[in-house]
Design a protein around this ligand. Structure first.
Ligand code: 16G
Ligand code: ZN
Length: 542
């Protein structure tokens, strides 16, 4: 058949490197960029097939390795909803990425197409939008992905250029909803809804202090720079844009700041007390920090994903409370928050004490997203700064109706308008550092809060993370929320015995989804205690 012939021809261009075992993992394939061409090419084929299967819906392909080092790269697939690739297709992704010969690849594809009842023909039947971050390897990898897409007959690959991961997800979502979906539309959507929220701030004329953004020397800094011109009421200074010789993610960015809790490069004693924000390499993570006064060390006060979640939850709850009695927390507005086992215990206590429904999901955006979608308003965040707010269609329809009925200018009308604006501002497809940052900024202005005041919502319990290299990380199996280990047998009893020795002790182990290690997390009432608990749990794993 002709379509198989065209596949076979292009397969030869991308031989698989010897001795590499690839896995789609938590968030796509990642690894040394030099080894990824064949993988990216094959994921190109997969995404074209996915588009055919879903009636020519647009699929997204993002070339990025996020917060990993610049020499790495990776690829993830965005489904038509703008969310992550359906988990049902992950095994197929693993299989074809590891197929060792063109013959094997083609036969795997043929079998899969039969099983999924995918037929391809001459007419245009698939569309894939490709984006990449600023990594130097991105361009040639994107070409390989394009060839993969085009080798499936009737499939069209469109190069959307350099984008943040959330931009591509947003654009794919918009496209499939039949909306205008250019990068410009994305920017306009952000600036319009931001403006709208600013206009609804109760007390106007407050002095706005400057926000300093650490762009991780990646795409986020560039894009926020492009957006800045259309934002009023925001005083921004952008550093680590990658234009001044800094290296992507090296000593900078959200992952570095969150894990090390020290100042990123380009920040120092002149910035004491200033409100600062760090993005990661593809701008889907956001953390805030400030340098405390009279600190002699490099340490920062970190405001992580948990604290951003808490700020968002507080603001949303305030708006819901302003709604008419029978709408409050009632039929239409089930508000829930979703965290992972990494969430600081103090944040969970705080959220529960606000009266919120707190659910736990497995690490990885796809798991949190799925859980959050069960609510009318579902807010999810990982401690590492990836998160967003999801609004159900029925709740949005309810808000739209209210907005029409209520008297303009009433408190209730304002609250409804704020919720609508938040739903437009915050990326409904995936966590987005740019939209998250704008929402944090407008809420702080709304509350009249400094970053220090925000930080006082609760005090983080000291915590420690360690990774342990083991021969086989799959020997560790956890419960669905990852708070307890089911295997190796009896290891949880031993962990519990350690935890008991510490005041406010909590610890868990889990196999990493992105690296060949087992991760250990511990928290306790003092840093020394958290360190020592983490260490003794790590010894149990070794
Ligand atoms: C990926 C996930 C991130 C998660 C991390 C955990 C996405 C888009 N990214 O980066 O959410 O926190 O993996 O890594 O899902 P680990 O399994 O190695 O600890
Ligand atoms: Zn990222």
């Amino acid at each position: 058949k002709t379509h198989i012939a065209s596949l076979l021809k292009s397969c030869d261009l991308f031989p698989i490197p010897q001795g590499v075992k690839l896995s789609y993992g938590t968030a796509g394939f990642r690894g040394d960029a030099k080894l990824l061409e064949s993988t990216v090419y094959r994921v190109g084929i997969l995404s074209a097939l996915r588009s055919v299967k879903l009636g020519s819906a647009t699929i997204g392909l993002m070339i990025t390795a996020s917060h990993n080092q610049v020499s790495d790269n990776g690829i993830k697939v965005a489904d038509p909803s703008g969310g992550m690739l359906s988990q049902e297709w992950e095994p197929f992704a693993d299989q074809i990425a590891n197929a060792s010969s063109p013959g094997e690849l083609v036969s795997l594809i043929r079998q899969f197409m039969e099983k999924e009842e995918i037929t391809i023909g001459d007419k245009k039947s698939a569309e894939v939008w490709l984006g990449r971050d600023t990594r130097p390897s991105g361009e040639s990898l994107l070409r390989a992905a394009e060839i993969g897409v085009s080798s499936v007959l009737g499939s069209v690959a469109i190069d959307m250029g350099i984008l943040t991961t959330p931009q591509l997800h947003w654009m794919v979502r918009a496209k499939n909803k039949g909306l205008s979906a250019t990068e410009n539309d994305y920017f306009e959507n952000l600036s319009t809804s931001f403006r709208c929220l600013i206009d609804l701030i109760p007390v106007s004329g407050l002095e706005i202090s400057k926000l300093i953004v650490d762009g991780a020397n990646g795409v986020g800094g560039l894009k926020i720079g492009e957006l800045r011109g259309s934002l009023s009421n925001l005083d921004l200074e952008i550093r680590n844009t990658g234009r001044d010789g800094g290296v992507l993610n090296e000593g900078v960015g959200a992952d570095f700041v969150q894990k090390e809790k020290v100042v990123p490069l380009g920040f120092g004693s002149n910035d004491v007390g200033m409100r600062c924000a760090s993005l990661d390499g593809d701008a889907d993570r956001l953390v805030y920090f400030y340098i405390p006064s009279n600190s002699s060390s490099e340490k920062v006060e970190l405001l992580d994903g948990d604290k951003i979640l808490s700020l968002f939850a507080l603001f949303i709850k305030e708006q819901l409370n302003a709604l008419d009695d029978d709408d409050k927390e009632g039929k239409h507005s089930r508000l829930g928050v979703v965290q992972t086992a990494y969430a600081n215990g103090a944040s969970t206590d705080y959220l529960k004490q606000l009266g919120l429904d707190v659910a736990f999901a497995k690490t990885g955006v796809k798991h949190l997203h799925e859980k959050a979608a069960e609510y009318d308003i579902g807010i999810y965040f990982e401690a590492n700064g990836h998160g967003t707010i999801l609004f159900s269609d029925s709740f949005l329809a309810f808000l739209a109706a209210k907005q029409k009925d209520l008297t303009q200018g009433s408190e209730e009308h304002k609250a409804v308008s704020r919720l609508v604006a938040v739903s437009n501002l915050i990326n409904q497809a995936v966590g987005d550092a740019l939209s998250g940052l704008l929402l944090v900024e407008v809420i702080l202005q709304h509350m009249g809060w400094s970053v220090q005041k925000w930080n006082e919502l609760y005090k983080d319990l000291p915590s420690r993370q360690i990774k342990v290299e083991v021969p086989d990380r799959t020997a560790v199996v956890t419960t669905s929320s990852e708070t307890e280990a089911l295997r190796p047998l009896r290891i949880q009893d031993a962990i519990n015995a350690e935890i008991k020795k510490y005041s406010r002790g909590r610890a868990f182990i889990r196999p990493s989804g992105t690296e060949d290690v087992v991760r250990v997390y511990a928290e306790a009432s003092t840093q020394e205690a958290a360190d020592s608990l983490a260490k003794s749990v790590a010894q149990l794993v070794e």
